[in-house]
Design a protein around this ligand. Structure first.
Ligand code: HH2
Length: 289
């Protein structure tokens, strides 16, 4: 199924799309172990859709700082029952993986978006697969790899460097047959970034928008919120998540990747209403073909 990003983005309404996070992992930083069970995972997906999620992003490998790699076979084992069941709910499904074998399994099971936090660098087959299958691809910036990325990330001008990296990955994707119209770019909040880097990137979203494709941001529950607020419990960082999402949206972000879909949707409904935007009445409605 060739994906048109118009399925999830609605520029006329002026509201961003919401990507609900579903981690089918024992070790994700904020919800590890909660959705390993297929019934619990599908119930969570249904809840996020009811709360206004446009896309459900399913991942079977944690990429938290210091995390260990998970083999493609193990990822597929974790995903086997869950991807088809979530796709059957009618949601657009995104697969959060850097391995083409896992992405291929998910596309066969009903996913339409590949969320590759390595932006096609981990698996040389990823862009070819996306081209062949007409999938949309999220290209995310990461400095280093999850195991070591927070050791001492250093930038001269983080926004310029991330922008240049993403421009290069858009070129690589296009060369492999994935046009920019099927790409989404993401600064990779928390992936090899210090606090000031994350803040500069959120403040600099408008510069990333100049690349052309929609910009996705994933600040949800992340460590920088704890650093700013002292909140050590990741699940209690919803307020900080909402503030980061609204700041990014005001600067042009089109897709917000979040765990707490209902709370973020509520915040957006109010923010949109204050701005007099057309979709201000009620919570967001999903757009599908
Ligand atoms: N963040 C995480 C995972 N995948 N994908 C994109 N495109 N952007 C992000 O910012 C992003 C992502 C990390 O968050 P989470 O999935 O909650 O944790 P974990 O990696 O521990 O499973």
């Amino acid at each position: 199924m060739a994906v048109s990003l118009g399925q999830i983005l609605d520029p006329e309404a002026g509201r961003p799309a919401l990507m609900g996070v579903l981690n089918v992992t024992p070790d994700s930083f904020s919800d590890g172990g909660r959705f390993l069970d297929a019934a619990a995972a599908v119930a969570q997906a249904r809840r996020m859709i009811d709360e206004g999620a446009d896309v459900i992003d399913i991942g079977a490998e944690s990429t938290r700082p210091g995390s260990e790699r998970v083999s493609a076979d193990e990822q597929i084992t974790r995903l086997r029952r869950i991807v088809p069941a979530v796709a059957a709910l009618g949601a657009l499904v995104s697969i959060d993986t850097t391995r083409a074998t896992v992405a291929e399994f998910a596309l066969d099971a009903g996913a339409a978006v590949i969320n590759d936090v390595s932006a096609g660098r981990d698996d040389p087959r990823m862009f070819g697969l996306a081209a062949e299958r007409g999938a949309a691809v999220v290209l995310m910036h990461m400095l280093g790899e999850p195991k070591t990325m927070q050791a001492d990330p250093t930038y001269k001008d983080v926004v310029a460097e991330v922008k240049q990296f993403l421009a290069g990955r858009l070129d690589a994707a296009a060369a492999a047959g994935v046009p920019p119209e099927r790409c989404i770019v993401d600064p990779g909040i928390g992936f090899g970034k210090k606090l000031q880097d994350n803040l500069a990137l959120l403040a600099g979203i408008d510069r990333l928008c100049e690349l052309g494709p929609p910009v996705l941001v994933g600040p949800s529950r992340k460590r920088f919120i704890g650093e700013l607020t002292g909140q050590q419990d990741a699940e209690a960082r919803t307020g900080g998540t909402i503030a980061a999402c609204l700041a990014a949206w005001r600067r042009g972000a089109s897709i917000l990747r979040v765990h707490d879909v209902g709370q973020v949707a509520q915040a957006l409904a109010v923010a949109l209403a204050v701005e007099g935007r057309p979709s201000a009445r009620g919570l967001p409605t999903r757009r599908r073909e």
